[in-house]
Design a protein around this ligand. Structure first.
Ligand code: NAP
Length: 273
């Protein structure tokens, strides 16, 4: 089973659920994830596992053009020239001639070079080194500025999103620009989210796990989650969420779990060098 595809604003399509790779460095795990049906692999220069992801892709019998590979520009490469250098190095490590999606990892508003960086990504897309381009952790004001100053909206904005941090305003801002919101830490990583009794109750009614309830919730609110698991049994079940549907009452109860608590960095202040 593979995940359905979602339309991007540049005419491309992306799997609505992907495989988060942070902290996984065994190529065989990527081979197994692809074998389980994952077609989107989400890595980043900062994860220091692009070579291993590339080896997994090379060893998998699934053809390259059936896969959707995302990587991300590190903070010390913001500017007009850094993106070309960094994407070339990422492609070398991945063993690929293009990525499907290249993201600016963080906006770094203090150094204020994200518009210049975005212009460089537009050029890389036009040359075919990245089929689609997007951003990560960009707030509504950062998106407004990118669009006002370059006329090009990102295809994707990858942000922290889970039932404790539902990002209603951010999702509305993304939608205004036709941007797909992709959810990082979709399962709440090391929080107690998956032990929440409301998720257990909803799961019991549908005959699924709390993690499956959460991942289905993402797709039903229009977001594209990229759960990470290094455990085959878990990553297989994380993909098996398309044969049930949450009802409005389930969605309302999950809406009530919001705490506004961030697990990761705050884009206003996060520094990444
Ligand atoms: N753009 C950004 O700034 C940014 C930031 C953070 C993350 N990301 C991306 O988002 C991906 C996902 O986020 P994340 O890794 O932070 O957190 P996550 O996917 O919310 O949670 C991962 C944790 O949940 C566990 N888990 C996975 N499936 C489970 C299941 N079915 N039942 C119980 N536990 C389960 C995993 O354990 P096991 O592995 O032991 O199974 C792991 O400890 C990352 O890998 C990365 O690709 C992007």
């Amino acid at each position: 089973m593979t995940a359905p595809l979602i339309d991007l604003n540049d005419g491309c399509r992306m799997p609505v659920l992907g495989f988060g790779t942070y902290s996984i460095d065994d190529p065989d795990t990527f081979v197994q994830a692809i074998d389980a049906g994952y077609r989107l692999l989400d890595t980043a220069t900062r994860y220091e596992n692009e070579s291993q992801v590339g080896r997994g892709i090379a060893e998998s019998p699934v053809a390259r053009d059936e896969l959707f590979v995302t990587t991300k520009l590190p903070g010390d490469a913001h500017g007009s020239r850094g993106p070309r250098r960094e994407l070339s190095a990422s492609l070398e490590r991945l063993g690929l001639d293009h990525v499907d999606l290249y993201l600016i990892h963080w906006p770094l508003p203090r150094i204020d070079r994200y518009v210049e960086t975005w212009q460089a990504l537009i050029a890389l897309r036009d040359e075919g080194l990245a089929t689609s381009i997007g951003v990560s952790n960009f707030l509504p004001e950062h998106l407004d500025r990118l669009v006002a100053e370059t006329g090009v909206a990102p295809a994707v904005n990858q942000v922290e999103l889970h039932p404790y941090l539902q990002q209603a305003e951010q999702r509305a801002a993304d939608e205004r620009h036709g941007i797909v919101t992709q959810s990082w830490t979709p399962l709440g990583r090391k929080s107690n989210l998956l032990d929440h009794p409301v998720l257990a109750e909803i799961g019991a009614r549908h005959g699924v796990t709390a993690a499956q309830v959460v991942l289905r919730w993402h797709t039903q609110i229009g977001a594209a989650p990229i759960p990470k698991s290094a455990t085959p049994e878990r990553f297989r079940s994380n993909l098996a969420i398309f044969s049930f549907e949450l009802g409005q009452d389930d969605l309302d109860r999950i809406a009530g779990l919001e705490t506004g608590h961030r697990i990761g960095g705050d884009p206003r202040t996060h520094e990444e060098f």
